[in-house]
Design a protein around this ligand. Sequence first.
Ligand SMILES: Cc1cc2nc3c(=O)[nH]c(=O)nc-3n(C[C@H](O)[C@H](O)[C@H](O)COP(=O)(O)O)c2cc1C
Length: 455
Amino acid sequence: MTVAGAPRPDVNENAPSSLAVACVRALMERHGLPKYRQSAWLADAMGLSYSQAHRRMTGASPWTLEDLAKVAALFGETLADVVAATQPGAAVSGTMNVGPTAMPCRIWLGDEVDRHSAGPVVAIRTSAGWSAIPASEATEDVVYRIEKIEARPADATRKVIAILDDDEDLTNSICAHFDASGYDARPFYKIADLLASAAAQMYDGYVIDWIVGDTSVLKLIAALREKDPKSPIVVLTGQVIAGVVEDYAAAAHNALSAGFDGVQIHAANGYLIDQFLRDGTNLRDDEYGGTVENRLRLLRETAEAVAAVAGPGRTAVRLSPNGEVQGCNDRDPATLFPAAAEMLARIGISFLELREPTPEGTFGKPEWPPIAPAIRARFPGPLVLNSDYGFERAQETLDEGLADAIAFGRLYIANPDLVERFATGAPVAGDDQATWYSQGAEGYIDYPRVEARAA
Ligand SMILES: Cc1cc2nc3c(=O)[nH]c(=O)nc-3n(C[C@H](O)[C@H](O)[C@H](O)COP(=O)(O)O)c2cc1C
């Protein structure tokens, strides 16, 4: 039976362009995979790039029956189950709320009805999803009859996580931490034991050390993926790669879904990508470390993945080439950063921003002369410069052709009408460092505009 006046909730929410997409979406939703993770999951499970997976998930690339069956099998379902679930009469996932207890369940929805004429238990849709509740507790005027309901207590059991480290004490303390957080953590001290166990049973996730014996983590991940193609793997190190690029792509997707016009990748100021770029922090001996090309790899993969989601014209990058920031530095930035710029130009990003402090600057002193001129020579797209600019220096820089735009930080904090002040020659206000990180409105929305000040 279909629900009058309402689309089936598990399918067609985003009007997927084909039945296959509707089936896969509904399958993933049934198994609790949120929309923003679906393309990344598919890429991982099917060995596709993020953009190939995203095209499958949006119906831009076709599905074969074999691929559909493979995805179904990864969730323990058959092709027939998956197709049947999207047909009229399919059930929705929800919770059965009795008093304070919420038990996962499947609900076969009936017609929309007035709550007064519904049976003793009805279904309602809340922002958290579908719920079955006693009709007497419903406050909605219109509720859904329930044709059938099936509890899924297995869904309520604790998630099982495998922890692998050859340091037994560390493994046990990580397990204790996960157990205390509501997971069922299983310790492993040897790779062979973990692989044998993963072949025999499903884990909801893995936490593995970066180095176990002399096996590289990439080899270990590949071996684990043969046993379990889909559960998340977290690597215990500050130098995580697995999943990072997908996370940037998912973040870009989320930002665009939230209405932003574009995404700037933060590859500056000693944060993760900058740590990979510069040889003072990147001590790796794999394909992400050593040569300039290797150290650029994470930035390249991230920029390609974000550009595949947002489009190169809506993807920008920020770099901080000319000195140490947060412990991150390079011995030869004049080689590294122009090479980065050239690589980003090949991807066709919309603009490149450089934060280069001056000797008189307030945010760290430069150890190198500006790298911006060498970067400009290798990057034909728009170049934006930042740090310690006032109006005059900004205009001079533009007039000299050293940049296409200037980005302002603190001046914008202190002058909500900065553009108008520049345009009219009105004086600019200074900022108050004491309120940079205030926890309320102070320092955020209380700097006056020129007219307000004059009034
Ligand atoms: C309060 C405050 C917070 C900042 N937070 C960040 C940050 O999280 N990440 C970052 O890369 N830069 C951060 N910056 C640096 C700015 O992006 C900018 O590079 C810096 O303020 C220099 O530009 P300006 O001289 O125009 O202020 C911050 C600056 C200020 C004043």
